[in-house]
Every structure is written in C-alpha cells, then in structure tokens.
Design a protein around this ligand. Sequence first.
Ligand code: PRP
Length: 202
Amino acid sequence: MLVVAVPKGRVLGALATLLGKAGIDAAPLLAEGRALVREAGGLRFLLVKPDDVPTYVEYGAADLGVCGRDVLEERDADLYRPLDLGIGRCRLVVAAPRDAAAVAVPRVATKYPRTAARHFARRGVQAEIVLVQGSVELAPVTGLADVIVDLVETGSTLVENGLVERETVADVTSVLVANRASYKLRHDDVRRLIDTVRRANP
Ligand code: PRP
C-alpha cells in the first residue's frame, strides 16, 4: 500500500474533494477522531502537520506527500515534485501596517525565516528576521516587528489587523511530492496514482 503524508488543516478538505473526483473515496480523511493513520481508496494516509510533510517523505516514512510550495521553499527538501495539485492556492507576501513609513533595516516577523531572508537579500535590503510560529499579523500591531512575511488567502486576516500587502514573495499551491527511492522502486504504483489524480485535475 502506498503511504501518503497529508497536511492536517485547511487543505485537507480540498484534497479530499480532488481525490473524490479521481475516484478515490477520501471520506475517512475527514472523519472525526484522533487516528493519525487512515486508509482510503487503497492508500494509507498519514495526517501530519503541514511543515512535517517533507520530513516524512524525505526519510521514506511516506512514499508521497501533499505539501505547499511555501513549505518546500522554506525546507529546501530533496524530493521529486511530479504534480502541482492546484489546490491550497494562496500567496506569500510582505505586509505592513497601512500607514507605516519605510524602515532602513526592517524587522520581519515570519514563520518562514529562510524564505524571508532570501527575499530581502535578493532585493538588496538588509533585514532582521524574527521567528514566530503563528498569529503573525500580531507582530507589527504590537511593535514586535515592522513588517511580516506570511500567507494570504482571502486577505481578511490582513484587513482585520490593519495591514496591507507590500510585495509578493511567491505564489503558493499544493504539490504532490515523492520520495526519491519510492519514485524509482514503486514507479508503476506511483505513476498510476499521479495519472489518476492528474486526470481529475487537468
Ligand atoms: C494563515 C496565515 C494567515 C492567514 C491568512 O494562518 O498565516 O494568518 O491564514 O488567511 P486569510 O488571508 O484567508 O485571512 P492560519 O489560519 O493557518 O493560523 P496561524 O496564524 O496560526 O498560522
């Protein structure tokens, strides 16, 4: 049985819908309960934190995974990325309080320290990166940071916290990733799954 690491949280519903279109009944993925291993459509799914998907796949605890491009960029994971799933669409942006003046060396709060550092370095801007794990929009409101680098989907979290988008860092979607050894050793099974999902999501 192929093992697929999937992210708990926002993307899981969209993933279940996509798998359903591909003829894989993914209802067990959305069922109540604390079980972290769920079997559906002849696959074994591991429900993990989104940031941990590359780890499970890279070490071979899962053959495949579903992972945001934001996480892949931050982790520099050594994985095959055979298919963009087109779900979990959002953007990684730089945002700041509406009326804030530009700062020479901005302090940047983010869950994505490496991606943020790379972004500012590319633009020739010296920046101080502060790692936070969530509620990132709070950082500029409280003076912890001047700006944030964070995900925007609907934009309501920015608006409700008086922030505006300043720059786009990256467009994000969820991608199917594959362990390099599984991709070679279980090629037929992996290919079959990729083709099934691709047909459902042209
Ligand atoms: C994510 C992200 C933003 C928010 C964006 O946070 O970090 O805060 O969603 O969504 P929106 O543009 O639709 O408002 P999440 O809800 O995952 O929680 P977190 O703050 O704990 O990271």
